[in-house]
Write a protein that binds this ligand. Structure first.
Ligand code: MBD
Ligand code: FE
Length: 284
């Protein structure tokens, strides 16, 4: 980042994440939830809060501080960030109970649909002066029987070498380090990009303030996000991490899995290369 540009604020990324969430939800048009289901789930959540208040003997001061904080989370647009960091991993765990194929991980707040479609051998959009180690990420998409999935889409997005996501930091061009790579007839792909940095939850917003006040750390290990999809197969939303990376064993979002760690090897020209094959499960 140059000195003429301001640092991205928590409010910028929060507002964008809330807008992105609403736009995607509009498209997917979810069904109604029954009164019985709402009563069961919300009842349990409230009972959990009541238990915590009794067991910790929460005071009026603490109750009012919590209310003020909750208001700030909404005003800062940080509900997608807070919920994806602290809650989504358990929703994913439940969803994955009967799934085959490549392990999933959380979507997170920074997915943007409808990115540039790219051929099977492609480079993600970068700036002319893009920082970071050049990464070649290659592999094959197969089904659970080992057959190639021709034309599978790899919808990929990741942070830059400073840990910022395009679309959520005003200094980054739209579409940077994002793309939908279409695998070839053999399900193969080779994506050139740069290695992302670890992601730090913005420290100037309510989620960051909570983390600091609790004495926790605000870091996620460096990661690539992917949705791998093909007609007739269940889409896999996942993340890939880097062997030996900082925070791999203490992800604030608890979204790492041992099966999702890459081991990039030097290519000898300053680039690193990593192979990863995806396995999709048929839906019909
Ligand atoms: C991220 O980059 C992310 O992937 C998640 C899950 C939460 C916050 C920021
Ligand atoms: Fe992320």
């Amino acid at each position: 980042m140059t000195t003429t540009e301001q640092s991205p604020t928590a409010h910028d990324s929060g507002t964008s994440a809330t807008q992105a969430f609403r736009a995607i939800r509009q498209q997917s048009r979810p069904g109604e939830v029954s009164p019985e289901r709402i009563s069961a789930v919300v009842g349990r959540v409230l009972a959990g809060i009541h238990d915590a208040i009794r067991e910790e003997k929460v005071t009026y001061d603490e109750f009012q501080a919590a209310k003020a904080w909750l208001i700030e989370v909404g005003e800062g647009g940080e509900w997608p960030l807070f919920l994806d960091v602290f809650v989504e991993h358990v929703v994913e765990e439940v969803a994955a109970e009967n799934q085959q194929g490549t392990k999933g991980s959380i979507l997170g707040p920074y997915y943007l649909p409808d990115q540039q479609r790219l051929p099977s051998v492609a480079a993600l959009p970068t700036r002319p002066d893009e920082q970071g180690t050049r990464l070649v990420f290659a592999g094959q998409v197969r089904d659970t029987d080992g057959n190639p999935v021709a034309g599978a889409e790899l919808d990929i997005w990741h942070a830059d070498a400073e840990g910022y996501y395009s679309g959520f930091a005003p200094h980054l061009p739209d579409g940077l380090l994002r793309g939908v790579v279409v695998a070839d007839e053999q399900g193969r792909f080779e994506i050139s990009t740069v290695q992302p940095a670890p992601y730090q939850i913005p420290t100037d917003g309510p989620t960051g303030k909570l983390i600091e006040s609790a004495g926790w750390h605000p870091w996620r290990p460096a990661h690539l996000h992917l949705i791998v999809r093909a007609p007739g197969y269940r889409s896999i939303t996942t993340q890939l991490y880097f062997e030996g990376g900082e925070w791999l064993d203490s992800d604030v979002a608890q979204a790492t899995k041992p099966e999702l760690v890459l081991s990039p090897q030097p290519l000898g020209d300053g680039r690193v290369r990593s192979e990863y094959d995806f396995v999709l499960e048929r839906t019909r």
